[in-house]
Design a protein around this ligand. Structure first.
Ligand code: HEM
Length: 489
């Protein structure tokens, strides 16, 4: 296979490789340096629809143009994740993100209703309540002038964790008030470990990896993360078990009618009735949604605040748009932001989209070519790992002139009209797109709306200083330092 791959890949441009080692000896060890390196490859080969790298004997074809990405993402054939996702199995099992075939199809069908638009509206009060907790926590950090300088990323991580636990799992973990970030920190470590493994072909062997220091670190992270998710399931299961059979069915009937079936309730319900999910089936989905549902939005909100802190003119306009909600009395009678309010925040919406263009929370995602594919005149053979590099794709000057510039107007309706939809894919696209995309966008806007209603932000780092680290999530390697100043509202 290796020799065949060497032959078929010969036409695809990429850095010179060594026999058997490929480019592995060149890969930078740290996440931030690796991100810079991959982006540099992208720039070097920007006139090509793709480039290839070799991790030992395994080729990876990196797609960085809308048309080449389209040929993979739009197809219902190439929906199996690249074999490198197997490195996530000890953590996420074969939950929705990592599963394939019939298992993926049936789970996707089962879980889609839990993120239906009508349910999202019910989550809005939670978004507001948890944002208020965030404001209290931040207020405690302010000095007498109502000011503080802090790294905002961990605060966003804990806020997003509280939100996903309450909305999807129906349980409160109080990560914000108890400053409990052991789970959040373990997710960050795990993400780094998986990336280190991905870059080192020796660690593709389970037995070699099991003997490494990295594997011991991974086990420690898994202990923390699985204990956390097991606790969440146990709490919800106890509530569930306390009900009689009839009550349970009634509860489900009531919730279904009101369309308020939380994600975890749905799994527990299915475990007792239809699909007969086992405990480990439930755990892998809870692990998957807990990770995908908090780390991605935390990074997205953080990067958006960083960019607004770099562009005070745009921030001033966002403040005006947000203040109008309070001035015109558009909050719900309970004082929450409603989905209608949030849908009217068109400038904030464009800022969120533009931030996801420059700093997509999921910087790359991979598929296995299900059959030989012709892409822009190149043949990619069946079984090859294909990677969509969102960070580079989103910087294609054909669609985004002056790509490094923060310009929310790129997402005005007239600018979007006619643009190839595959030029911008922060939530991936096609059948295996992000199931939580709408949830994420609403949550981001709600939290940012509360945040910016109460604070002015100034970024204390420049774009050159923030150093994004390209791991499973695009996280700021040294945090995002902001000066927050309480507003007079
Ligand atoms: C700004 C926030 C988010 C971004 C940028 C994002 C992005 C993505 C991307 C790019 C993928 C495809 C990954 C791949 O193919 O490897 C994905 C898949 C997924 N996302 Fe998100 N996501 C976000 C928020 C969320 C939230 C809030 C949830 C859950 C509530 C979620 C749950 C999932 C799941 C379960 C998948 C796998 C879907 C499947 O394969 O069928 N994501 N997301």
């Amino acid at each position: 296979k290796y020799v065949m791959d060497l032959f078929t890949m010969r036409n695809i441009i990429g850095p010179a490789q060594l026999p058997l080692v490929g480019n592995a000896h060149q890969f930078e060890y740290g996440g931030a340096a690796f991100y810079r390196q991959i982006m540099e490859f992208g720039r070097q080969y920007q006139d090509h629809p793709m480039f290839r790298i070799w991790v030992g004997i395994y080729p990876i074809v990196v797609l960085q143009k809308a048309k080449s990405v389209e040929s993979i993402l739009s197809s219902s054939k190439h929906i199996t994740k690249a074999f490198q996702y197997d490195f996530l199995h000890t953590w996420l099992g074969t939950g929705l993100l990592t599963s394939a075939g019939e298992k993926w199809h049936s789970r996707r069908k089962m879980l889609t209703p839990a993120f239906h638009f009508s349910i999202l509206q019910d989550f809005c009060p939670v978004f507001s309540e948890q944002s208020r907790v965030l404001l209290q926590v931040l207020d405690d950090q302010l000095n007498a002038d109502g000011q503080a300088e802090l790294d905002i990323f961990p605060y966003m991580g804990r806020c997003a964790l509280d939100i996903i636990c309450e909305t999807a799992m129906g349980c409160q973990v109080h990560a914000q008030t108890e400053q409990n970030s052991e789970y959040v920190a373990s997710v960050a470590n795990m993400s780094e470990i998986v990336m280190r493994r991905l870059k080192n072909p020796l660690y593709y062997s389970e037995s070699l990896f099991a003997r490494s220091r990295l594997s011991a670190e991974q086990n420690a992270c898994l202990g923390v993360m699985h204990a956390f998710t097991t606790g969440v399931i146990a709490e919800r299961r106890a509530d569930f078990a306390a009900m009689s059979e009839e009550e349970r069915r009634d509860q489900m009937a009531i919730r279904r009618r009101r369309k308020r079936l939380t994600f975890l309730d749905l799994l527990l319900f299915e475990s007792e009735t239809g699909a007969k999910l086992t405990d480990s089936d439930i755990r892998e989905e809870v692990d998957t949604f807990m990770f995908e549902g908090h780390d991605t939005t935390a990074a997205a909100m953080t990067w958006c605040l960083f960019l607004l802190g770099r562009h005070p003119d745009v921030q001033a306009e966002v403040h005006k748009e947000i203040d109008a909600i309070w001035e015109e009395g558009r909050l719900s009678p309970e004082g929450h932001l409603t989905s209608e309010c949030l849908n009217q925040l068109s400038l904030l919406d464009r800022c969120v989209k533009e931030a996801l263009r420059i700093y997509p929370s999921v910087p790359f995602f991979g598929r296995e070519a299900a059959e030989d594919i012709e892409v822009d005149g190149y043949t990619i053979t069946a079984g090859t790992t294909v990677l969509a590099l969102a960070t580079q794709l989103h910087r294609d000057p054909e669609y985004f002139p002056e790509p490094e510039k923060f310009n929310p107007d790129r997402f005005l309706p007239e600018a979007v009209r006619g643009r190839n939809p595959y030029a911008y894919v922060p939530f991936s696209a096609g059948p295996r797109n992000c199931i939580g995309a709408k949830f994420a966008q609403l949550e981001e806007k709600a939290v940012l709306c509360w945040f910016l209603r109460h604070y002015d932000v100034t970024s204390l780092q420049t774009e050159e200083e923030v150093d994004p680290a390209g791991e499973l999530i695009l996280r700021p390697a040294h945090g995002i330092r902001l000066r927050v100043q309480r507003r007079n509202v």
